[in-house]
Design a protein around this ligand. Structure first.
Ligand SMILES: O=C1O[C@H](COP(=O)(O)O)[C@@H](O)[C@H](O)[C@H]1O
Length: 235
């Protein structure tokens, strides 16, 4: 697992944005299918991207999808898509035809199926699964990733691409990309910042499969961990 450690969450976010732009510059004719995560951590990165890196980003070659979504409408402050639209996508010269959101306002089981069919139709296929160019993941303090929480490990080997999961802390339903399509991605990048995440980062790096994030980190191809000094403080 390749680690990039920067001094602060801001510098970690900047390093990851530049890394993505560089990967795209290395393959100038390629369309990049990118699955984004939500939550608190990438908000800073999205804000910086919109404010500092709009001009150097090849937006026309990017296709955006979501790793997971909370089952709420886009206007809800919990919406992963809503947060990304407000901070980043709404400020970039992007065609909305290239943004494929999970419709959190729909009936969850139907939406998981609809979205899986959409991804199947848009993203190149390998081994029977979509092959995203980049899957950007976060990690919860409890070791969850996507919206696969500890205790929901069956979703790591599910035969469905997207499933309905539930946040055990508040009962909120989620739609989550499962383990096998995540492992099928060209590149899996974890963005983890803050001292609160130091234990979970240390567990991922030093222990076995202690949670869904660790399971993915130990098996995906081209796994990269972008962390700040706080998250790296127990390594
Ligand atoms: O609920 C979620 O949690 C994880 C981690 O989020 P963070 O708030 O701790 O940064 C995130 O990756 C996922 O997309 C999100 O829905």
């Amino acid at each position: 697992m390749k680690q990039t450690v920067s001094s602060s969450a801001i510098e970690t976010s900047r390093a990851l944005i530049l890394h993505i732009v560089q990967l795209m510059n290395e393959e100038p004719a390629k369309i990049f299918h990118i699955a984004l995560s939500g939550g608190v951590t990438p908000a800073l990165m999205f804000d910086l991207w919109a404010n500092e890196y709009v001009d150097i980003t090849p937006w026309e070659r990017m296709r955006f999808y979501w790793v997971d979504e909370r089952c709420v409408p886009p206007e809800d402050s919990d919406s992963n898509y809503g947060m990304t639209r407000n901070l980043l996508l709404g400020h970039a010269p992007l065609s909305y035809a290239n943004i494929f959101r999970i419709q959190g306002e729909n009936k969850p089981a139907d939406e998981a199926k609809r979205y899986a069919a959409l991804v199947q139709a848009q993203v190149p296929n390998k081994n029977g699964w979509p092959e995203f160019d980049i899957v950007l993941l976060g990690v919860g303090d409890d070791g969850h990733t996507s919206s696969i929480f500890p205790g929901q490990e069956e979703f790591l080997s599910s035969s469905e691409m997207y499933v309905v999961s539930r946040n055990p802390n508040n009962g909120q339903q989620r739609i989550a990309l499962t383990g096998l399509p995540i492992l099928n991605a060209q590149r899996v990048i974890f963005l983890v910042t803050g001292k609160k995440k130091a234990d979970v980062v240390s567990n991922i790096c030093h222990l076995g499969d202690v949670g869904p994030a660790a399971y993915i980190a130990h098996r995906a191809r081209n796994v990269e961990l972008f962390i700040d000094e706080g998250a790296a403080s127990k390594l």
